[in-house]
Structure formats: structure tokens, C-alpha cells
Design a protein around this ligand. Structure first.
Ligand code: SDX
Length: 429
């Protein structure tokens, strides 16, 4: 409901545009009638000033480095909850009570297996295929296994899709890794916790089971919490746009996976590790910082900067703390990449170029170091980001589909092409 208005003068006409207020964050100018009344579009190619939807799921205050999931600060959730509790919260809007949590965990445990025929999709890929290429394919393929049982207008069907995705993503992601190293798939075990099950499917072999270190399980669970949702980021907006056409939720999430893969987005965690390996030694940090500042050099400091955070990403702080815990638990205090990352952060945060542009470490800067310490190969990092973000994608998709204001997303453009002209026959060209 609009309680304030602004006025737009176009030629002689003065147009009244409603201002809408949320519970937190900036007011928005409701421009839905703008084109009809003025014949004008707005122009915002990177959506730096555009609110694409109403949402009650996640709130990000970039200036103050605040991240809330359903109103709860990420710091408290990371400390007091586990990932499945956070999945319940993002999906249902409230933290679960004991019985609700037990029912939720039971529901998830009943869907962790994938259809045996789905395993054949993997053998169609080269062994060295990037895990994200495989994931886009196999998650999209889930549409073929559940297409007829999805009525997106049924809350129950949407909830079942969410349960299936949350439950199956660890299995599918671990299968990407096993396939890449030519090892047999390890099936999930019903009695194991979510993060523990995933680590076992990644690390166990038929001849040698794997008992996960509880510290590493907790660290992975926290990494999943930190990556679960983040408002209308590029991949979530992709899922929403795909979903606005009525597409199957698995197809929508596959589109989100494709978008997350980009190095400017979820692919950054893998790029950070590759960057740190390339820098190699603290003596070369200055060279790379200068390259990052050089407009003629496409190199950017991966894991630094953020469209919304103009302060320290709260997830990066928690990730750095998790780094310390994991490296201590593994007696890797002198991990060279972690020391290199902290020195790189120190130097960058003292450099005017980064300070003036408010470029701070983001969630991807330290996550790769933790994942590497857990024994996870670099090319799997973004797939694990996708595993975690699947709950955010499906919760945002569910919110959109149940929104009475839902319309298919169809942006317009500022056309700069050739003006109308007639076709001449090829013989005359
Ligand atoms: C994620 O949106 C989300 O919420 C995403 C995410 C999520 O949870 O979903 O938080 C996850 O994607 C985190 C971001 C991971 N990406 C990286 O770490 C890649 C490196 N970062 C940059 O590519 C960049 O900072 C972005 C893409 C993250 C943000 O890009 P913007 O908002 O479009 O910023 P910009 O390109 O307009 O940069 C503003 C200025 C420019 O300099 P000037 O033209 O003003 O002189 O800052 C510079 C940029 O050149 N700049 C960088 C830089 N990031 C921005 N310079 C060097 N190194 C960088 N990393």
C-alpha cells in the first residue's frame, strides 16, 4: 500500500508515482504505470537501482554489513542452528520446533536417493567435464523424472519439490566428484546428518568407509548456512525469471546453477584459489594488487568487491573464523594459502583504490581455503555453493509462485539498432 508519492514532470504533464515502504531498507518508486502514463521506460542494465519483487525471505544491508534470514542475523544462525534448520526457516518463515524439525529431517531422509536411471546421465560426460556443467544437466533432468507430478499452483507439490531438491543435491554433487575421478558412486546413508552424509559420499570408497571429523562436519554445515540465500542476486533472479513463465522448478534451479557458475558470481570461490595459487608468495601480492587496479588489465582481485556490500561481507568474517577453526583442527596453522589470503586482505584494505571503492572480501574469499582444507578439490567449490544455494533458490521460487502479483518477467530495452528499412532481393544486393 502506498503511503507516500513522488512527482515526475514530463513535458507539461506532472505524473504522480506511489512510494512503497518495506519493513526494512529503502522505499521503492512504483513505476508499474510509468510507461502507460508517460510512454517512457526506465533504464537500469545492472539493476543497481531496481527492486524486482517483494520478498520476506532475506534482507541485506550492504552499508552496514548486515545479513538476515527471515529476520535472524546470519551470525546467530551460523552459531546456533544447523543447515537443515535454516532450510526449514527459509522455506517456512519460522525456525522449527522440535517435532517440526524431526518431521522435516525425516522427510529429507526419504528423498536423498536419485532414480537409478539418472546415474546414466553422468556417463555421457567426459571425465574431465566441469562439475557445474554436469550439475546443470542432471538437475535439469530431474524435470523429466518428476514433471507430471508438479502442479506449481499446489502448495503441497511446491513443498515436495523443495524437499526433493534439498535432499538430492548432496547426492548429485557428490556423484559429480566421484564420476570425475573414475570411482563408483557412494549412496547416502539414512542415519547420517546432512553435511556428514555429503562428506561421506564425497570421500568414502567401497573398500574403505569414511568417518567424518565432527569439526569438519560442523565447518561444512556452517559453509552451507552462509551460502543458503542472498536476496535477489544474479542466480536467484535467474530462477525467478525462469519460474515466472511457469517452468518446472527443477528447470528453474538448473538455470540458476548455470548463472551461478560465472566467475563474477559463484564461480569466484574457485577463482580465488586459482588466484592465490598463481600469486604463490606474499612477495608477489603487490604485483597482483597493481594489476587489479590497472584498467588496462582485465585481472580482478577475486573474492573482493560486491554489488551490495560496501562494507565487510558478514559471511566473509564468519568464513575466516571457520578457516581458523578447521586449520587448527587439522594442525595446518601454517597453511600457506590462508596466510597468503590474510596478507592479501591486509594489503588491499590499506590501499586507497579498494578503500575508496569500498571493496572488501566477500563470501568467496575464504570459502575456498576452508573447502580445500576439507579435502575438496577446487573445481568442486562452485558445485558446493550451488548445493547450499538450492534452498534459497527454491524458497524464492516458492514465494514468487504464491505471490498474487506474479506476472511473467518481460523487461523492455533502449533500442539503438537500425531504423526500419526494406529488404532487397539477394540478386540485387
Ligand atoms: C557473489 O549478488 C550477490 O549477492 C552475490 C553473492 C551471493 O551470495 O549470491 O554475494 C555471491 O557473487 C559474491 C561476489 C563474487 N565475485 C567476485 O569475487 C569477483 C570479483 N568481484 C567483482 O567482479 C565485482 O566486485 C562484483 C562482480 C562482485 C561486483 O561488481 P559491480 O557491483 O558491478 O561493481 P563494478 O564492476 O561496477 O566495480 C566498481 C568499481 C570499478 O572500478 P571503477 O570503474 O569505479 O574505477 O570497483 C572496481 C571496478 O573496476 N572493482 C574491482 C573489483 N570489484 C570491483 N577492482 C578490482 N578487483 C575487484 N574484485
Amino acid at each position: 500500500m502506498a503511503d507516500k508519492t513522488i512527482y515526475l514532470q514530463v513535458d507539461e504533464a506532472r505524473h504522480e508515482l506511489p512510494l512503497l515502504s518495506g519493513s526494512l531498507g529503502p522505499d521503492v518508486i512504483d513505476i508499474r504505470r510509468l510507461y502507460a502514463e508517460t510512454g517512457l521506460f526506465t533504464y537500469d542494465p545492472g539493476f543497481t537501482s531496481t527492486a524486482s519483487c517483494r520478498s520476506s525471505i532475506t534482507y541485506v544491508d550492504g552499508d552496514n554489513g548486515i545479513l538476515l534470514y527471515r529476520g535472524y542475523p546470519i551470525e546467530q544462525l551460523a552459531e546456533k542452528c544447523d543447515f537443515l534448520e535454516v532450510c526449514y526457516l527459509l522455506l517456512q518463515g519460522e525456525l522449527p520446533k522440535g517435532s517440526e524439525m524431526r518431521n522435516f529431517v525425516t522427510s529429507i531422509s526419504q528423498h536423498v536417493m536419485v532414480h537409478e536411471q539418472l546415474t546414466r546421465f553422468y556417463s555421457g560426460f567426459r571425465r574431465d567435464a566441469h562439475p557445474m556443467a554436469i550439475l546443470v544437466g542432471v538437475v535439469g533432468a530431474l524435470s523429466a523424472f518428476y514433471h507430471e507430478v508438479i502442479d506449481i499452483n499446489s502448495k503441497e507439490d511446491r513443498y515436495l519439490s523443495a524437499i526433493r531438491l534439498i535432499a538430492k543435491m548432496p547426492t548429485l554433487v557428490a556423484m559429480c566428484y566421484k564420476y570425475s575421478i573414475g570411482m563408483p558412486f557412494i549412496y547416502p546413508k539414512r542415519k547420517l546428518g546432512y553435511a556428514e552424509n555429503f562428506l561421506r559420499m564425497m570421500m568414502a570408497d567401497p573398500y574403505d568407509d569414511y568417518i567424518a571429523n565432527p569439526v569438519l562436519v560442523r565447518a561444512l554445515d556452517r559453509i552451507l548456512i552462509l551460502h543458503a540465500d542472498h536476496e535477489q542476486n544474479a542466480s536467484t533472479s535467474t530462477v525467478r525469471l525462469a519460474g515466472s513463465s511457469g517452468a518446472n522448478p527443477y528447470a528453474c534451479v538448473a538455470a540458476g546453477i548455470a548463472c551461478l557458475w560465472g566467475a563474477a558470481h559463484g564461480g569466484a570461490n574457485e577463482a580465488v584459489l586459482n588466484m592465490l595459487e598463481e600469486i604463490g608468495d606474499v612477495s608477489r601480492i603487490g604485483e597482483y594488487v597493481n594489476r587489479a587496479k590497472d584498467k588496462n588489465d582485465p585481472f580482478r582481485l577475486m573474492g573482493f568487491g560486491h554489488r551490495v556490500y560496501k562494507n565487510y561481507d558478514p559471511r566473509a568474517k564468519l568464513m575466516r573464523q571457520t578457516c581458523h577453526e578447521v586449520l587448527s583442527a587439522l594442525n595446518l596453522h601454517d597453511d600457506r594459502l590462508f596466510k597468503l589470503a590474510m596478507e592479501l586482505e591486509r594489503i588491499a584494505l590499506e590501499d586507497d583504490y579498494f578503500v575508496q571503492r569500498k571493496l572488501y572480501p566477500n563470501v568467496d574469499f575464504y570459502s575456498g581455503i576452508v573447502l580445500r582444507a576439507l579435502g575438496i578439490p577446487t573445481e568442486m567449490f562452485t558445485a558446493i555453493f550451488a548445493l547450499a544455494r538450492s534452498i534459497g533458490w527454491i524458497a524464492q521460487w516458492d514465494e514468487m509462485i504464491s505471490d498474487p502479483e506474479l506476472r511473467i518477467g518481460r523487461p523492455r530495452q533502449l533500442y539503438q539498432g537500425v531504423i526500419t528499412r526494406d529488404v532487397t532481393n539477394i540478386s540485387a544486393r
